[in-house]
Design a protein around this ligand. Structure first.
Ligand SMILES: NC(=O)c1ccc[n+]([C@@H]2O[C@H](COP(=O)([O-])OP(=O)(O)OC[C@H]3O[C@@H](n4cnc5c(N)ncnc54)[C@H](O)[C@@H]3O)[C@@H](O)[C@H]2O)c1
Length: 381
């Protein structure tokens, strides 16, 4: 097995979720030790991970900068839990959803770990206060709940025990980001955490609408797959309310939809032009052409949402999705700090592109883009 500069992570339980975590940690350059009560499960997991990584590599979808062989050399099985946890920085428990079983595992880990390692559970719904009750190392305990399949769905809910140290949450957050996941903090424990509470609310309203004969089951599902789901692939419900409700209503009341759209496209082009020709940008001409596309890609979904499509809303929805994916591509030739700075500006302008463009005055938009230009001048990015 290759030695790893990134650190060592232990997976306890080599089933569906444990395997996916192992692949994610290896993609981030971590050494991974797989432990399971069943030796055959470890063998199956290693075989399964090898097959999956090879397929992903062939498809160009393998995560991380290491090759499949390099990542595989970081993963090994370990039949002894005490040996496995030696020198580990993070332990991710992935045994079946059974409170007593998990408590037993954490009690065992509590008795053999040092004061630095993080003890993390993948539980979908067990409360941290029950899971980690009475542990000596409770400050190092946290729930990091992934969404299945974790290799493809980035969200991880971080749920602390009331006594979890803030440093444990911060370290787990940073670790999740390092392996390409998208962590979010649940500030205090609650049954179902956040993802499942939202999911249950939707399911319960869906049942009510079907039961009352308002909509058929298949049409109900269409509302999500061809409607709300597409919107929520970009922004959450609160951001939608904050940014859309008033402006959409105003634009529709004023029948001003088309003029708002043409203003949107005009301001996009101005911004693209400013970004690409800026004297401080230090970009080569090839990079300039790529940067020219960035604001269009980043704001494209929003403009597409507000632009009437001659081919119907279905087609424009797919365009939104495509542009949304492309907008994640960083500008070429930038350092990490430059990318961070540009990201902040992009987010700022994204916010204003939504607020200022549909239904607001041209003066506001011009002011926004002048301000952006000023910020670009002083930030030299
Ligand atoms: N599957 C999902 O959709 C999903 C999604 C998010 C979170 N989770 C959570 O992840 C955890 C694991 O779920 P899974 O679907 O991977 O389960 P799984 O049944 O696929 O795997 C569990 C593994 O744990 C092993 N195991 C059992 N007892 C053990 C012990 N005492 N010591 C070590 N290993 C032991 C089993 O042999 C098995 O390999 C659960 O808490 C679950 O709620 C699951």
């Amino acid at each position: 097995m290759a030695s790893s500069a990134a650190g060592c992570v232990v997976i306890v339980g080599s089933g569906v979720i444990g395997r996916s975590w192992a692949m994610l940690f290896a993609s981030g350059g971590f050494q991974v030790k797989l432990y399971d009560i069943e030796q055959q499960q470890i063998r199956n997991a290693l075989e399964n991970i090898r097959k999956e990584m090879k397929l992903l590599e062939q498809a160009g979808a393998l995560k991380g900068s290491l090759s499949a062989e390099e990542q595989l050399s970081l993963i090994s099985g370990c039949p002894n839990i005490q040996e496995a946890v030696e020198g580990a920085m993070h332990i991710q428990e992935c045994v079946p959803e059974d409170l007593e079983l998990k408590k037993k595992i954490f009690a065992q880990l509590d008795s053999i770990v040092d004061d630095r390692v993080i003890l993390s559970s993948s539980t979908s719904c067990l409360m941290p206060s029950k899971l980690f009750a009475g542990l000596v190392h409770v400050k190092q305990c946290i729930v990091a709940h992934p969404v299945n399949p974790p290799y493809y769905i980035p969200l991880v809910e971080l749920v602390p025990h009331p006594e979890t140290a803030p440093a444990t949450v911060d370290r787990t957050h940073a670790l999740m980001k390092k392996i390409g996941q998208c962590p979010m903090r649940v500030q205090k424990e609650v049954a179902g955490f956040v993802l499942n509470r939202l999911q249950y609310a939707i399911i319960s309203e869906a049942w009510r609408l079907v039961e009352e004969g308002i909509v058929s089951p298949s049409d109900l599902d269409l509302v999500m797959s061809e409607g709300l789901g597409m919107r929520y692939a970009f922004i959450g419900p609160l951001e939608t309310m904050h940014l859309n409700a008033e402006e959409e209503e105003t634009a529709e009341r004023q029948g001003d939809h088309e003029s708002g759209c043409s203003l949107a496209w005009t301001t996009l082009l101005i911004e693209a032009w400013i970004l690409s020709i800026h004297p401080h940008s230090g970009l080569t001409s090839a990079s300039r052409s790529a940067v020219l596309l960035l604001p269009v890609l980043r704001h494209g979904p929003w403009v597409a949402i507000f632009t009437p499509s001659s081919q119907g809303s279905h087609c424009s929805g797919h365009l939104d999705l495509l542009l949304g994916q492309l907008a994640l591509i960083p500008a070429p030739g930038q350092t990490g700090a430059q990318q961070k700075g540009r990201q902040a500006l992009e987010n700022f302008s994204l916010h204003w592109a939504q607020v200022a463009v549909p239904g607001k005055s041209r003066t506001v938009s011009v002011f926004v883009f002048m301000l952006q230009h000023f910020l670009l001048s002083i930030s030299c990015i």
